[in-house]
Design a protein around this ligand. Structure first.
Ligand SMILES: Nc1nc2c(c(=O)[nH]1)N[C@H]1C(S)=C(S)[C@@H](COP(=O)(O)O)O[C@H]1N2
Ligand SMILES: [Mo]
Length: 197
């Protein structure tokens, strides 16, 4: 199944297409990491969703790859002002991962291998808006870009797309994650230029 998200209607990125305010186009793929790239071995990799009830849903790498995946073409916007158009990914929709999760909590803290965290409203992860991506441009996701798997939430600034994703923890309150505690906006809508708080 293929998915094309907001703003990408053609086969090729349109250089005249409107960018979010304050963004410029880049053709390369910058690496932005707050620390070293963690060495995440697929044999020991696990993805977890922790509900506020204490229930934990867990997938090994093999179980994760057995889930239905989607091809996604989307634009990505970094708070440091670069935008990359028409990037292509393959990943598992968060709708699939949350199918059997019973929760009444409204917020999620994404936790990465290596300790990075970022907070998101649950409703921004559902309805075809977010994926756990494991391929980029048809290749396994490079470790510097979050491989083996990263969160992809392209409608928010790219710091919300946690690399080396390990777990999603349901929370009743919207607590700040790593960059949000350091001054980034709690939500991060690039079209509203919600860079810093
Ligand atoms: N685990 C983790 N995820 C992360 C980061 C990080 O430092 N650690 N940086 C964030 C930021 S600020 C951005 S812009 C993107 C950069 O992704 P890239 O390095 O693949 O371009 O990852 C986000 N996800
Ligand atoms: Mo960023």
């Amino acid at each position: 199944m293929g998915v094309v998200t907001r703003g990408f209607g053609g086969r090729r990125p349109d250089p005249d297409r409107e960018l979010p305010p304050g963004q410029f186009l880049t053709q390369d793929f910058p690496v932005l990491s707050a620390g070293p790239t963690p060495n995440v071995d697929e044999a020991h990799w696990q993805l977890e969703i922790h509900a506020e009830t204490g229930e934990v849903h867990r997938w090994s790498w093999e179980q994760f790859l057995a889930l239905p995946a989607q091809d996604v073409t989307t634009d990505i916007h970094c708070v440091t002002h670069w935008t990359k158009l028409g990037t292509t990914w393959r990943g598992v929709s968060l709708d699939t991962l949350f199918e059997d999760v019973e929760t009444s909590a409204d917020f999620v803290m994404a936790h990465s291998y290596g300790g990075y965290t970022t907070n998101l409203p649950l409703q921004d992860l559902l309805d075809g808006q977010a994926w756990v991506a494991f391929e980029f441009e048809g290749e396994p996701l490079d470790p510097v870009h979050g491989g083996p798997a990263r969160l992809l939430v392209p409608h928010l600034y790219f710091w919300k797309s946690a690399k080396w994703l390990h777990g999603l923890v349901m929370q009743d309150d919207d607590e700040p994650g790593f960059w949000e505690r350091n001054g980034y906006h709690l939500y991060g809508d690039p079209w509203l230029e919600q860079r810093y708080s």
